[in-house]
Design a protein around this ligand. Structure first.
Ligand code: URA
Length: 441
């Protein structure tokens, strides 16, 4: 293998053979190809793309670089859900216990906050003692015993993806649909799934703001799943405003627990139910979406879903009492209300501004080494399209000190606009994409 020849061919718009991709990726994972050559190739891919066979070869090579979570002997359907990332998106915290409470194994490998978006691992770690760094063996035995494990990507799983993702992050080559699809699907296929539900976010707070790109990403991941016997259903959901009300790690855990107790904001409940119904139908434990919704309502009403969360928290070293008594979660010492300065209609609640705002308050990372303050953030009751009165409370800021409250106030002033017109908002769940095609909902 002569790496400069491969870079040259991709630079000039040619294609690489699957065997060439395999050799290159495995050599890179093994530190036998330097970062500068791989970076040049990634940039050539950024401009010239990968076809479906090249993308599949990349994903297979990444899978081959590590080990799998072997759950194939488990006599249960195994379903995960993956989101492309948003603000206030705590659906994983609800769906993992809810779906596991209904006889489906949920091996859920999640990420940390990326850019302006929050990460499930950071949210879980706001529960005192909760450990997300499970080994493969621990995750396997936990899924077998209680039906669910919520873990970070370990060193053993797709190490080539870890290395490539870090290089992409450092070389401005993250936003390439076939690279994103291969990266996400390599991790999902390594979980031995029997089905996967994707939540592809749309709108100003998503990573891919154009509908055509969102659909293309869905199709690419569905294609990879099909090639490996994992049916994939993608739902396109709104991220032109935060999902639910809470934005910030511990605040989002509290809101997720509210949903598991039968409450929670209606938009969050609706998106969670749509994703959960897709998971249960894929698992074939429900035959229709309506049947699946009934099962989920019953599990919540009977307390089974909340009990499952308690079990997961206890199994992963967390304080299970925090599930019944959220006052045991970290809570910011300083709070301040943010009120409307005029009567009118909420025009926008800009998710990127809110997401970066949570980071500015200390609830996310500016650098990899930063520690996250789980207690800070916002609870924003204002929704675009809602009529509000002068001085009505639109949000509450949770901060470490008075300075944080002032910062939070200025962030909300930028993020929330009140005016007179009727704003255009995206439908909460707009499209379903499967191997059969795209359905507008
Ligand atoms: N998340 C991933 O795991 N990989 C990507 O490439 C992008 C988002």
């Amino acid at each position: 293998m002569i790496v400069p020849r491969l870079i040259e061919r991709k630079r000039d718009g040619g294609r690489l053979e699957p065997q060439e991709i395999r050799e290159l990726v495995l050599a890179y994972a093994d530190d036998k190809v330097p970062d500068y050559q791989m970076a040049a190739l990634l940039m050539a891919i950024y401009f010239n793309g990968l076809d479906r066979a090249e993308m599949n070869a990349l994903m297979e090579a990444m899978l081959e670089s590590g080990k799998k979570l072997d759950l194939s002997r488990l006599p249960l359907p195994r379903i995960d859900k993956h989101s492309t990332g948003g603000v206030g998106d705590k659906t994983s915290l609800i769906l993992a216990p809810l779906i596991a409470s209904l006889g489906v194994a949920v091996p859920m490998m999640s990420g940390r906050g990326l850019g302006h978006t929050g990460g499930t691992l950071d949210k879980l770690e706001s529960i005192p003692g909760f450990r997300t760094g499970l080994s493969l063996a621990e995750a396997q035995s936990q899924v077998a015993s209680i039906g669910c494990a919520m873990l970070s990507q370990t060193d053993e799983i797709v190490p080539a993806d870890r290395k490539l993702y870090a290089l992409r992050d450092a070389t401005a080559t993250v936003e390439v649909i076939p690279l994103i699809a291969a990266s996400i699907m390599s991790k999902k296929i390594s979980e031995s799934l029997t089905g996967l539900v994707l939540d592809i976010k749309r709108g100003s707070g998503s990573f891919l703001p154009y509908l055509e790109d969102e659909l293309e990403l869905a199709r690419a991941m569905i294609d990879l799943g099909e090639r490996h016997g994992v049916p994939v259903v993608a739902l396109l959901t709104a991220m032109d405003r935060p999902l639910g009300e809470a934005c910030g790690n511990a605040l989002e855990v509290v809101e997720a627990i509210d949903v598991l107790k039968g409450g929670g904001p209606p938009d969050l409940v609706e998106v969670t139910m749509a994703l959960g119904a897709a998971m249960l139908v894929l698992a074939t434990v429900a035959s229709t979406g309506n049947g699946a919704r009934e099962m989920m309502h019953d599990s919540i009403a009977s307390g089974k879903a909340l009990n499952k969360l308690e079990e997961i928290v206890a199994a992963q070293g967390g304080d299970p009492r925090a599930v019944r008594d959220p006052s045991r979660l970290p809570r910011a010492a300083h709070q301040r209300k943010f009120n409307a300065k005029r009567a009118g209609v909420v025009q926008s609640v800009e998710p990127r501004t809110i997401g970066y705002g949570v980071i500015a308050l200390g609830g996310g990372r500016r650098n990899m080494e930063d520690t996250v303050d789980p207690s800070v953030g916002f609870v924003i009751s204002a929704k675009p399209g809602a009529r509000v009165e002068n001085d009505q409370t639109l949000a509450t800021i949770f901060a470490r000190n008075e300075e944080g409250l002032d910062l939070g106030t200025s962030i909300l002033e930028q993020a929330i606009a009140v005016g007179d017109g009727v704003p255009a908002v995206l439908p909460l769940v707009s499209h379903r994409v499967t191997a059969r095609g795209v359905e507008e909902l």
